[in-house]
Design a protein around this ligand. Structure first.
Ligand code: UDP
Length: 162
């Protein structure tokens, strides 16, 4: 029973993942979704948006003192972004592992950036870097009614709970 409760609590962990304009333009949306889906994570929100530069600046507010902040905000607002919320045990930390290091030159092969990107300014995907950021980013990009809660048939096979 305790195990059931633990799994239930873990399932509520959510992270914000976005395919950036370069990933969208390069036709990598399904590839990226597929890596999270095949791992066993659950998609609970998704939309295609072209964020304004101001919105992009809000998303990257923690980096506003960095020299690349302006170019980064401009780039994120330069075209469609696929904004998503993924749910599952350890999804925040493990999502970052699936994504790989910020600089694709340093990302391991097998990671999304390692396999699919070459330079840091065009690294195709964003993923929240911790629980607080995940909460803030989900709230920034999604209204509560745009997210769903459901139990998938696969969960008992992914988590081993009946
Ligand atoms: N970035 C960049 N130049 C740099 C470092 C970062 O253009 O020298 C961009 C890059 O697209 C990165 C984003 O800024 O994904 C956010 O940087 P952060 O350090 O938060 O990396 P992330 O969490 O995306 O791995």
């Amino acid at each position: 029973m305790l195990q059931d409760q633990e799994v239930h609590a873990a399932e509520l962990e959510r992270t914000f993942i976005a395919v950036k304009p370069d990933g969208v333009q390069r036709g990598l949306i399904s590839e990226i979704i597929s890596r999270f889906e095949r791992k066993g994570y659950k998609l609970v929100g998704i939309k295609v948006v072209v964020p304004s530069k101001e919105f992009a600046g809000k998303h990257y507010h923690a980096l506003k003192e960095k020299p690349f902040f302006n170019g980064l905000s401009e780039f994120l607002s330069s075209g469609p972004v696929v904004a998503m919320v993924w749910e599952g045990e350890g999804v925040i930390t493990y999502g970052r592992k699936l994504i790989g290091a910020t600089d694709p030159q340093k990302s391991e092969p097998g990671t999304i950036r390692g396999d699919l990107a070459v330079v840091v300014g065009r690294n195709i995907i964003h993923g929240s870097d911790g629980p607080e950021t995940a909460k803030d980013e989900i709230n920034l990009w999604f209204k509560p009614e745009e997210l769903v809660s459901f139990t998938s048939n696969a969960e008992k096979w992914i988590y081993g709970v009946n």
